[in-house]
Design a protein around this ligand. Structure first.
Ligand SMILES: [Zn+2]
Length: 472
C-alpha cells in the first residue's frame, strides 16, 4: 500500500516497522465544544485507514488523545463558573456519542493531558537535562534552534520563519520560535506540582509524551489535519527526536481542510457546523459517506447539495442491498441453464470490481475511487440480477458489497423492518391497486405511508417498503 508521507512530500510504500503490528497516533480534539464537521473528517478518514489495515491482517494499536487542559477550556470554565474538568468531561462524553454514531471504531487508548502529567514532566526533564529546554521563572521553553532538523515537516527553515513572521517576544523566550513546554500558574488556572513551578503543560508536549508512553519512541503513522503541520507536529518532532535520539514518526498523514460553501470553516466566521446538527438533517451515516466520497488530502466542500447527493448515493446502495435480499428469497437454488454462462461472467466482473476497490485504497487511501468501484458493483447487480438468477450469484454480490462496506464502515447496522399489521394492510392494498392500475389510489397510499415514515421503492421485482430512517 502506498501512502502520501508529508515528511517526504510523496507517496511511499507502507511497511510497518514490526511485522504485523501498526502503531498509529492521531491528534484528538480540544474538548471545549461539540464535535464539528471539520473535526469529523480526520476521525472518519483515518478510521477507514485503520479498518483497512486490520482487514489486511495487521494488529493495529490506535491511540487518540484528548487535550483537556488548554486556554479555551479554561476560558469556558471561567465563563460558566465550572471546574475545567467538568467542562472537558462533559464534552468527552458528548464526543463519544457523535463518534459512535459516525461508526468510528474505539481507539485502544484515549490518553488525556490531565491524566498524564507525570509522563509529561519526565519528558520535559529529559529535554532540560540534554539542554534542549530551559527554565525561566517557572516556565520551561524548548529551544527550537538547537534541533537542526527543525522545519523538516513543514518545509520551512527557521531563519525564513523568523524573517517572515513577527512574533512578540515575551522577554523570557530566548528566540522567537521557542515554545512553551511548561507554563507557570496564573490566577485560578488549573495547576500541578512540578520541579519548576506549580503550573500546567503546554499543548505540544502532551502528544510527544503520550506517543512515547503508549506506543514507544518510534511509531508507524501519525495523523491529523493539515492545520496541525505547523507548528504542532513540527514541535512534536523536535521534542521527541531530541529526547529519544531516534526517528519519531515514519509516516505523517494529513487530511485536507473542510470548507463550507467554498469558504474556509472557522469559529470566527461562525460557519462551523456541529456534527449532531448536520446529522439531524442528513443522518450520521450520510456524513461519513460524504467525507469518504473525496480523497482525504483534497479540500472538501460541505454544502447542502453535496450532502443531498451523498444521501442519494447511500440510498442507492441500500436499495440495491434491499433488492438483493428480496430477490434471494425468490431466486433459483441453482443457476437455470441459460443463466450459468452469464453468472460465470458476473463472478469475474465482481472480482475485477473488487480489485478496483482495493487498488484505489492501496493508492494512498483513495476512497473516492473505491466508492466508484462500489457503485459499479451495484450497477452490475441491478442490471443483471432478476428472479431467474441463482441464490449463489446473489450471495456472491451481497458478500462482496458487505465486505467493502465493512472496510468503509458503512451499512454496519442491523436494520429493522418490522411493520405493524395496519401498515402491512396498507402495503397490500397498494400492491393490489398497482396491479389493478389504479394509480390514484396507489399514489395516495404511498403518500399516506410517507407521512408515517415509510418509503416505497418500486422495482422490477415488486414494491419494497423501508423506514425512512433506514438510511441514517
Ligand atoms: Zn498532537
Amino acid at each position: 500500500m502506498q501512502l502520501y508521507n508529508t515528511l517526504i512530500h510523496s507517496k511511499e510504500n507502507f511497511i510497518p516497522l514490526e511485522e504485523n503490528k501498526v502503531k498509529i497516533y492521531i491528534c484528538g480534539p480540544t474538548v471545549y465544544d461539540f464535535c464539528h464537521i471539520g473535526n469529523a473528517r480526520p476521525l472518519i478518514v483515518f478510521d477507514v485507514l485503520r479498518r483497512y489495515l486490520e482487514y489486511k491482517g495487521y494488529n493495529v494499536v490506535y491511540v487518540q488523545n484528548f487535550t483537556d487542559v488548554d486556554d479555551k477550556i479554561i476560558k469556558k470554565s471561567i465563563e460558566l463558573k465550572k471546574d475545567f474538568l467538568e467542562i472537558s468531561n462533559f464534552f468527552i462524553k458528548e464526543y463519544f456519542i457523535d463518534a459512535d454514531k459516525l461508526n468510528i471504531k474505539r481507539a485502544n487508548f484515549y490518553p488525556r493531558a490531565s491524566e498524564n502529567i507525570e509522563q509529561i514532566i519526565n519528558f520535559i526533564e529529559i529535554l532540560i537535562k540534554k539542554e534542549y529546554a530551559y527554565e525561566v521563572k517557572g516556565n520551561v521553553y524548548f529551544s527550537a534552534k538547537k534541533f537542526n532538523d527543525y522545519g523538516k515537516l513543514s518545509g520551512q527553515k527557521l531563519f525564513e520563519l523568523e524573517s517572515g513572521v513577527r512574533i512578540k517576544l515575551n522577554n523570557e523566550k530566548r528566540e522567537a520560535f521557542d515554545f512553551a513546554l511548561w507554563k507557570a500558574r496564573k490566577n485560578s488556572d488549573p495547576y500541578w506540582d512540578s520541579p519548576w513551578s506549580e503550573g500546567r503543560p503546554g499543548w505540544h508536549i502532551e502528544c510527544s509524551a503520550m506517543v512515547k508512553h503508549y506506543l514507544g519512541k518510534t511509531i508507524d503513522i501519525h495523523c491529523g489535519g493539515q492545520d496541525l503541520i505547523f507548528p504542532h507536529h513540527e514541535n512534536e518532532i523536535a521534542q521527541s527526536e531530541c529526547a529519544n535520539n531516534q526517528k519519531f514518526v515514519r509516516f505523517w498523514l494529513h487530511n485536507g481542510h473542510v470548507n463550507i460553501n467554498n469558504k474556509k470553516m472557522s469559529k470566527s466566521l461562525g460557519n462551523t457546523f456541529a456534527v449532531r446538527n448536520v446529522a439531524k438533517d442528513f443522518g450520521y451515516e450520510t456524513i461519513r459517506f460524504f467525507m469518504l466520497m473525496s480523497h482525504y488530502r483534497s479540500p472538501l466542500n460541505f454544502s447542502v447539495e453535496a450532502m443531498n447527493s451523498a444521501r442519494l448515493g447511500l440510498e442507492r446502495l441500500y436499495n440495491c442491498l434491499e433488492n438483493l435480499s428480496f430477490l434471494s428469497k425468490k431466486a433459483c437454488d441453482n443457476p437455470c441453464d441459460n443463466q450459468s454462462t452469464l453468472e460465470k461472467k458476473l463472478k469475474k466482473e465482481i472480482n475485477i470490481l473488487e480489485k478496483k476497490f482495493f487498488d484505489n485504497l492501496n493508492d494512498d487511501l483513495n476512497t473516492a475511487g473505491s466508492i466508484s468501484a462500489l457503485f459499479d458493483l451495484i450497477s452490475t447487480a441491478n442490471k443483471n440480477l432478476n428472479t431467474y438468477s441463482s441464490k449463489s450469484i446473489i450471495k456472491y454480490f451481497v458478500e462482496s458489497i458487505r465486505k467493502i462496506g465493512k472496510i468503509l464502515g458503512i451499512f454496519d447496522k442491523e436494520k429493522k423492518r418490522n411493520f405493524s399489521d395496519e401498515i402491512k394492510k396498507m402495503l397490500d392494498e397498494r400492491k393490489e391497486s398497482k396491479i389493478n392500475k389504479n394509480w390514484v389510489k396507489s399514489d395516495d397510499i404511498r403518500m399516506r405511508l410517507e407521512k408515517l415514515g415509510i418509503l416505497i421503492n418500486d422495482t422490477p421485482q415488486g414494491q419494497h417498503a423501508v423506514w425512512k430512517d433506514f438510511y441514517e
